[in-house]
Design a protein around this ligand. Structure first.
Ligand code: ADP
Length: 634
């Protein structure tokens, strides 16, 4: 822009010079012509006076001529030697009196004395340019001297030439002033907003969506700034929305991950822990660690898991081929030794980025399958037990019947009777086993049972009658402790009978000779003093071997038998499962209190028949209502 301005201004200057020069040349030409004509006119008039040496008339004429012609600056008359003898504004007397040294006219070098044409030249004085005209004075063909006239330049032309020059200078200066003002205006109105816009766009590109431009501008730039601010506002709101959505999604995922039953651990690409849900922390025993996040997972895992995972983890984090990355999760089963052997199932899944080229992390999913493994073992044990239980009575029945069939005649009647009784007992045992399996499957099939008033005293007495003989054999004292005026409960007689049979059977089975087994049934005292009792509590207590704390919940599982570990063969592990199912059908739950070597008490609550309260969950166990085996009367 500066260069353009310079070019334009120089062009203007050049034009001005050219114009002024032309004008001056024209003026000079005009002045020359005018001076020459004036000189010739004057010379023609004064030549006779000079020739006749009539200086007075010459002076008068010249003076008149001088005063009537404004453009004449001076008039000088010189003789043939060049001596000035008269001049205006100088007179001869003035010349003579004032000059001690005679004045001579310095004629131009190229002046030709006898020429008819005047000689014209111009020279510059402090008062402006003067045109000097030297006219030879000839009279009657004789050279009489020289007349020199000085004329002023044409004032109009001078003025116009000055005006042109001034205007040009003014134009020149105006161009520069305008250009400078334009540049300043430009800097204020265009450059600054554009710089701000550039800065803003860079900030937006860098993700700073709070960027705004605050410039009060109108026009297209103003509109641009307005649109920029609107765009930034929208981007900011989108970002906020995105962040909100992402936070919500993250919260959802975190909630999901923290609530799933399986353990979940997320690792970054350097196998450092990024996330571990409560289950994983509990499975790997990280609850006591202040913070596992950010630590190398291999340093945190139990040694067997660490041994199993270290190689696969390193393989995943190394550059692996595409096919490797897309493969299914890697699955491991690891047994962690401890107070109880725990079996863990682990899956390793590679987390890839969107392009599926870079490993972003690794997800470890972990399941504690100890119970599953134990149950599977229990099931196998059950099948082996059932087979054994079935085979033993079947074998006994078969052998006794065969003996009877083949040697019946040779046996005494008493022996025959004894053989038949044994076969009958074995058949009962077989039936019991099959019935247990059938009962449980029936209970779990969702069959609806009829509920009615059940007299608990009657049920208990029948149970005790059944087991009386067995108890006597084992020298165990059976105690019945049912409140005499106990109201009827709402239940199914057959099912409750089965519950009592199973519980009493177990109590007798796991109590040594000399021990005691008791059945209690009493009305539960409600919390408020004026409250009406709604439930009856039933307890079956023994002074047997007791159940270890860690097995107390497991005993209700199907096929679970504590004796599986010591392998005693009696029992199927289904009795307590059946009890739990039946009591749950009565909208209640069965509980136990036990101490190894002291005894066990199973207890549950049953709703009263005709109770105004519909069948509801039993009341919470008041500590004082839990009967300890020690309380069994001796
Ligand atoms: P089973 O028919 O084999 O007895 P249950 O389901 O009735 O199976 O009992 C499961 C396990 O609970 C038993 O194997 C035994 O170890 C334990 N158990 C049940 N009742 C008692 C008890 N009164 N005293 C000690 N242990 C018991």
């Amino acid at each position: 822009m500066a260069v353009a301005t310079l070019v334009v201004s120089l062009l203007m200057s050049g034009l001005t010079f050219w114009a002024v020069n032309s004008i001056q040349q024209d003026a000079r030409l005009n002045d020359t012509r005018f001076g020459r004509d004036l000189g010739l006119l004057l010379a023609a008039n004064v030549a006779p006076m000079v020739g006749e040496n009539n200086l007075t008339e010459l002076a008068q004429f010249s003076s008149r001529f001088y005063t009537s012609t404004s453009s004449i600056r001076y008039m000088l008359f010189a003789d043939t030697d060049g001596q000035i003898y008269f001049g205006i504004p100088f007179s001869q007397s003035e010349v003579q009196s004032s000059l001690t040294i005679r004045r001579r006219m310095q004629l131009p070098e190229n002046f030709v004395a006898n020429s008819d044409l005047p000689m014209v030249r111009q020279h510059l004085t402090p008062d402006g340019e003067v045109t000097d005209v030297f006219v030879p004075l000839n009279y009657n063909g004789k050279y009489m001297g020289v007349l020199a006239i000085g004329t002023n330049p044409n004032p109009t032309v001078v003025t116009s030439s000055h005006l042109t020059r001034d205007v040009t200078i003014a134009v020149f200066v105006s161009i520069w002033v305008m250009v400078i003002l334009g540049a300043v205006f430009n800097a204020l109105t265009i450059t600054k907003p554009i710089k701000e816009l550039l800065f803003g766009v860079k900030n937006i590109a860098a993700g700073n969506f709070q960027q705004r431009i605050d410039l009060p501008l109108g026009g297209e730039l103003g509109e641009l700034i307005l649109n920029f601010n609107e765009m930034a506002e929208r981007l900011e709101s989108y970002e906020e929305q995105n962040i909100e959505e992402l936070t919500a999604e993250k919260a959802k995922l975190e909630t999901l991950v923290s609530t799933i039953a399986d353990g979940a651990v997320l690792l970054d690409s350097n196998i450092h822990v990024v996330l571990a849900n409560p289950t994983a922390r509990q499975v790997f025993g990280w609850e006591s660690h202040d913070d596992v996040l950010g630590q190398d997972v291999l340093e945190l895992l139990p040694p067997p898991v660490q041994a199993a995972l270290s190689q696969p983890l390193h393989d995943i984090t190394k550059a692996v081929p595409q096919a490797e990355r897309d493969r299914d999760p890697i699955e491991f089963c690891v047994t962690v030794p401890g107070s109880t052997n725990r079996t863990l199932r682990l899956w390793l899944t590679t987390v890839l980025d969107q392009s599926r080229e870079n490993v972003k992390g690794i997800a470890i999913t972990v399941q504690d399958i100890t119970r599953e493994t134990e149950l599977n073992e229990a099931k196998s044990q059950f099948i082996s037990n059932v087979s054994h239980e079935l085979r033993t009575p079947l074998f006994n029945i078969k052998s006794f019947i065969e003996t009877l069939h083949e040697y019946g005649d040779s046996l005494t009647e008493e022996e025959q009777h004894e053989f038949l009784e044994t076969a009958n007992r074995e058949t009962d045992r077989l039936t019991r086993l099959v019935n247990d399996v059938l009962d449980l499957s029936r209970l779990e099939s969702g069959k609806r049972y009829h509920f009615d008033a059940v007299d608990l005293l009657q049920t208990v007495e029948q149970t005790l009658r059944t087991h009386q003989l067995n108890a006597k054999d084992k020298e165990i004292e059976l105690i019945q402790n049912v409140d005499a005026d106990l109201p009827a409960v709402l239940g199914n007689y057959d099912l409750l009978l089965q519950v009592f049979n199973n519980l009493l059977g177990n109590a007798l089975k796991f109590t040594q000779a000399g021990g005691k087994v008791a059945i209690f049934a009493y009305l539960l005292t409600p919390a408020s003093a004026h409250g009406v009792p709604t439930h009856v509590r039933v307890e079956v207590a023994d002074t047997g071997i007791g159940i270890d704390c860690e097995d107390q919940i497991a005993v209700f599982e199907r096929f679970f038998r504590v004796e599986n570990r010591v392998h005693t063969l009696e029992g199927t592990g289904l009795g307590l499962s059946i009890v739990r199912n039946i009591i749950e059908k009565h909208q209640s739950s069965v509980n136990l209190v036990s101490e190894v070597g002291v005894g066990t008490t199973f207890w549950f609550d049953l709703p009263l028949y005709h109770s105004e309260v519909p069948i509801v969950k039993p009341l919470p166990t008041p500590a004082d209502t839990t009967v300890d085996t020690a309380s069994i009367p001796s």
